[in-house]
Design a protein around this ligand. Structure first.
Ligand code: ADP
Ligand code: MG
Length: 259
């Protein structure tokens, strides 16, 4: 199902509710991301940040509300099941336009670095392997791993694996890139090399939504900072405003703890 929202954001999340059983995980969430913008989502553990990203990527269905990518609207309601087949096609189409980088890298362990990057464009997008390989090598160079193309993931450090995961996410040429705590699983000395790659993407105008606890990164790179608590967006605005002059007591309490 596809229609037009009449709004200008690349990503529009509108009125989204999501529950697991009786646990309400997202409550009336609205989020707009403009093309080329970097949005950082902050919030305590369990506040719904990962669920929000999973909803954006259609890994989870919403109970109410909708997610739209560049005006292509995909929404669900409990009464809307008759449109499911059409929606599933739209979901698949939309998902290929969104890249996702996880905390735990999730590389294919049996494939080489190059094969990891080449996999999705060839198998999901049906593109020519020889062509994709050229691009994949360029992407590996972009994340500083040109010399690791033939290595296996287990031969790489966590920071290197995460940079491969970023190259892999870029390989399908997504319009939007989602990061879920991309540096949380890394040893402290490896965090910087991954943040530097994300900063370079931001600088190049890639549209990013990043869940992170790295406040310094948020202050430096984010256009918009969103603070979530208990399934709600309690505050959002320019990074400097939300981080240095938070208005909501929950935001203040959270930042006092992490800063
Ligand atoms: P965050 O990423 O901010 O830590 P999550 O979105 O992972 O938060 O989780 C929000 C809440 O939803 C938590 O209470 C979590 O336990 C719960 N939750 C997440 N996924 C599931 C699931 N598949 N089934 C049941 N509860 C879930
Ligand atoms: Mg999470």
């Amino acid at each position: 199902m596809s229609t037009t929202t009449g709004t200008r954001g690349l990503l529009e999340v509108h009125g989204v509710h999501k529950s697991y059983g009786t646990l309400e995980v997202l409550h009336d969430v609205d989020l707009t991301v403009q093309p080329g913008e970097v949005t950082v989502i902050l919030g305590p553990s369990g506040s719904g940040k990962s669920t929000l990203l999973r909803v954006v990527n259609h890994l989870e269905k919403v109970d109410r509300g909708f997610v739209a990518l560049d005006g292509d609207l995909i929404g669900y309601s409990r009464s809307g099941d008759t449109l499911r087949e059409l929606k599933e096609k739209a979901v698949l189409a939309q998902r290929t336009q969104i890249g996702f980088v996880f905390q735990s890298f999730n590389l294919f362990p049996h494939l080489t670095v190059l094969e990891n990057v080449v996999e999705a464009p060839v198998s999901a997008q049906g593109r020519k392997r020889s062509e994709v390989e050229v691009e994949a090598r360029e992407l590996l160079a972009r994340v500083g791993l040109a010399d690791k193309a033939d290595a296996r993931p287990r031969q790489l450090s966590g920071g290197q694996q995460q940079r491969v995961a970023i190259a892999r996410a870029l390989a399908t040429k997504p319009r939007l890139l989602l990061f879920d705590e991309p540096t949380s699983a890394l040893d402290p000395e490896l965090v910087g090399e991954v943040l530097d790659v994300i900063k370079a993407l931001a600088h190049d105008g890639t549209t990013l939504v990043v869940v992170t606890h790295e406040i310094g990164f948020a202050r430096e790179v984010a256009d918009t900072v969103v603070f979530m608590d208990s399934g709600r967006i309690v505050e959002q605005g320019p990074a400097a405003q939300v981080i240095d002059d938070p208005q909501h007591p929950r935001t203040k309490a959270f930042l006092d703890k992490v800063l």
